[in-house]
Design a binder for this molecule. Structure first.
Ligand code: PMP
Length: 357
């Protein structure tokens, strides 16, 4: 007989918790975890392989602990005059966020998110022993500067998560909200721009606010726009002092030489890697328009997915799509489902399956 979790001397604050668990089912059309469904272009894949092959020759040695070349690559890619000493990276932006929480949250401290938001924020927070505080959004999931600042002023959290655009709702976040939240708080303010590349091109990133704000962090990932989810590479930009704090909590050599080599090669081809973004945005907008025509109520999205309401029975609709080989996500919001914008074919498969239900 095998033991259950309850039989183990696990930390009290982890008892009864459930792990992150988006279903991973081998269905032909997987539009459930906001991946980029387009594979890495062949010409880039070859260059990445060369980079990895080169790194393999020195794999008996520990990697560059400071991932210097990779930080230069991210600083170049982000622009805005950012320097490599303002860049940090880790195995996915989940680990980047974990590093921030390890340094600035922890036992006796709090982290704050405006719910509904990315489901990992509470899990990452409690894993560091801190307490998560869930704030509120308007009916359409938007946030105003005055309301957001009031909530932060009342809670005075040590860390604030601002997801821009927000997952799972796709909601844009304007810079005035970020500025107001920053001014109302004494803690670290993280703007999670995991889906930033899918926002309209002429909309400014929170990177434009970094100068003179030493508690502000902008986190990004290669998992979405870059079609690099399997490589696990996330990064952030912030004041060099904040980067120094993250060095205190990271494991030595946390980014493998293979990961660094792959990411450096991919970044060299950023325009090609990002070439599918316009296509995905077009599919997102087509999905929203078709959902409206089918009588559903899609929420405004600046990301690579669409949350839609007007679903009488989300579990039944989810299952109906599943049975037709289409995997989407029930994020637990009443009468809604969330779908990732895939290729034209995948998006069509989803829309036709939904229309047939
Ligand atoms: N932030 C947000 C808002 C996300 O949706 C995700 C992934 N779904 C992440 C961070 C983490 O992504 P990764 O660890 O792959 O960089």
């Amino acid at each position: 007989m095998s033991a259950s979790l309850d039989d183990l001397p696990i930390r009290d604050d982890l008892r009864g918790k459930t792990p992150y668990g988006a279903p991973q089912a081998p269905l032909p059309v997987a539009l459930n975890v906001n991946e980029n469904t387009h594979p890495v272009p062949e010409e880039v894949a070859d260059d990445i392989l060369d980079g990895i092959a080169h790194a393999l020759r020195d794999i008996n040695r520990y990697p560059d602990r400071e991932f210097t070349a990779l930080r230069e690559g991210f600083a170049d890619y982000l622009g805005h005059g950012l320097q490599p000493d303002q860049i940090w990276a880790a195995n996915g932006s989940n680990e980047v966020l974990q590093h921030i929480l390890q340094a600035f949250a922890g036992p006796g401290r709090t982290a704050f998110g405006f719910d509904p938001t990315y489901s990992m924020y509470p899990l990452l927070t409690s894993a560091t022993g801190a307490r998560y505080i869930g704030g509120m959004r308007g009916d359409d999931f938007s946030l105003t500067a005055a309301d957001a600042a009031e909530q932060i002023d009342a809670a005075q959290p040590d860390v604030v998560f601002l997801c821009s655009p927000n997952n799972p709702t796709g909601t844009p976040l304007s810079l005035d909200v970020i500025e107001a939240v920053y001014d109302a708080s004494h803690g670290i303010v993280i703007v999670d721009e995991a889906y930033g590349e899918f926002a309209p091109r002429d909309e400014p990133s929170a990177l434009t606010l970094l100068h003179g704000r030493e508690r502000l962090v902008v986190s990004r990932t290669m998992s979405k726009a870059f079609a690099f989810a399997g490589a696990r590479v996330g990064y952030l930009a912030a004041d060099p002092a904040l980067i120094d704090a993250l060095r205190l909590v990271r494991l030595p050599y946390h980014l493998s030489a293979l990961t660094q080599a792959a990411a450096i090669a991919a970044l060299r081809h950023a325009p090609v890697m990002l070439s599918m973004v316009d296509d995905i945005v077009a599919q997102r907008d087509r999905i929203s328009a078709t959902l409206s025509a089918l009588g559903y109520t899609p929420y405004e999205s600046w990301s690579n997915f669409v949350l839609f309401g007007g679903v009488d029975d989300p579990k039944a609709t989810w299952q109906g799509l599943y049975d037709q080989g289409v995997l989407i996500r029930d994020v637990g919001l009443p009468h809604t489902l969330r779908v990732t914008a895939g290729s034209e074919q995948e998006s069509t498969a989803f829309l036709e399956a939904l229309a047939s239900l």
